[in-house]
Design a protein around this ligand. Structure first.
Ligand code: SAH
Ligand code: SF4
Length: 371
């Protein structure tokens, strides 16, 4: 904050403390006459102890705290709705300062949870099968808005239950908000704060090739990468995923082949099974040959239907046959079990402000999601 000659003070807008990495805070401390270790202290209070008030940061002097509080806000994005499914899946609706709403989904695994987080309000990628696409892109989330989804999730869990895994599979395309996604990953991985292990975090992309290439260079962020494939030929894929017109399937597969894979790590390919669209045996055969030579695993996702979209989930027999074919041909393939039935909470199938496309049926609900 600067003071002019007359003593009037120029108002500097507050940024969120959660937008800052430890390096940012260290730089801020140095520039503001504070010891660099304040950055570690703040990280510990924010993410290890997950406090909500300045007065809880008891090992930081009042004077130092005043300086921090003057510059940064500690407010978290509020949870405006919480829904719990019979299987324990929790869906959180959170409201941003400008009124936009985002969703996160908590998947229960007994004593721990996987949290599916959003990186954007809506999405610009326009995938034909995805409900988030129908919102268009409203805006990117800031690093803090991404990080606070995990703070909010943890705040709801009873003593002894923790968020163990994070998947970037909520609303939005992480590599279309590249810098903020990276900033949030740095915060999650910082050992003074959350201290997540890199193998417990997965970033999912629709296949933005320059983003994947850049990500390959981030040598200190070796989290898991998942590619939403969903089509096994250029023609099939570009019908479903417009991003494929810009970055072809061939270019995508070539980039995946070159992506650095650490020992014991595999790249995940997500493949949605849609009745009559992606579930044929010809597709299964093509999928096997496409992934030849890539250290990978395939996550098969039976399509989550929604009234506003025309696609259908395949018959259970077709799902089983497709899965078995992959296994028989040496592909490590898993089936994603549909979670959150009854509260419509599937990762990648979230929308808070959806508008039906012109060719779609009239709206039934103004807040559709599906699982
Ligand atoms: N934008 C990123 C991450 C969010 S989408 C991406 O596309 O990878 C997360 C996953 O949900 C993607 O694999 C996507 O293909 C999948 N998905 C989207 N809509 C779906 C639906 N209706 N049923 C099943 N999976 C869906
Ligand atoms: Fe965006 Fe992913 Fe949905 Fe495609 S599948 S529209 S990239 S959120």
């Amino acid at each position: 904050m600067k003071a002019d000659v007359a003593g009037a003070q120029e108002v500097v807008p507050k940024t969120k403390l959660t937008d800052q990495t430890e390096v940012d805070l260290r730089e801020w401390a140095e520039a503001n006459g504070e010891k660099p270790f304040r950055a570690v202290q703040l990280f510990q209070w924010l993410y290890l102890h997950q406090v909500v008030g300045w007065d809880e940061m008891t090992n930081i002097s009042k004077k130092a705290l005043n300086k921090v509080a003057h510059q940064f806000s500690l407010e978290r994005i509020p949870i405006v709705e919480k829904q719990v499914a019979p299987d324990g899946t929790i869906k959180l609706l959170q409201e941003l300062h400008d009124g936009h709403r985002i969703e996160s989904v908590l998947l229960n695994h007994g004593d721990h949870y996987t949290v599916c987080i959003s990186t954007q309000v809506g999405c610009a990628m326009g995938c034909k099968f995805c409900l988030t696409a129908s919102m268009g892109l409203k805006r990117n989330l800031t690093p803090g808005e991404i990080v606070e989804q995990i703070l909010n999730a943890q705040s709801l869990l009873p003593e002894g239950q923790t968020v163990r895994n994070i998947v970037y599979m909520g609303m939005g395309e992480p590599f279309h908000n590249y810098d903020n996604t990276i900033q949030s990953l740095k915060i999650f991985l910082n050992p003074h704060g959350f201290g997540f292990s890199a193998r417990r975090i997965t970033v999912s992309t629709s296949g933005i090739v320059p983003g994947i290439k850049r990500f390959a260079e981030e040598s200190d962020i070796r989290v898991n990468l998942a590619i939403s494939l969903n089509g096994v030929t250029q023609e099939a894929r570009q019908k479903l995923m417009p991003v494929s017109r810009r970055y072809s399937l061939e270019e995508l597969i070539d980039t995946c082949k070159r992506f650095p894979k650490e020992p014991r790590k595999r790249m995940t390919f997500e493949y949605i099974l849609m009745k009559g669209v992606t579930d044929s045996m010809a597709s299964a055969r093509k999928l096997v040959s496409l992934l030849h030579g890539i250290k990978s695993k395939v996550n098969l996702i039976p399509y989550n239907e929604h009234d506003l979209l025309p696609y259908k989930s395949p018959d259970p027999a077709a799902i089983k046959t497709f899965h078995q074919y992959l296994l028989d041909h040496g592909i490590l393939a898993t089936m994603r079990v549909s979670r959150g039935q009854g509260i419509s909470a599937a990762c990648g199938q979230l929308a808070t402000e959806a508008t039906p496309r012109p060719s779609d049926k009239p709206e039934k609900s103004d807040r559709p999601e599906s699982c």
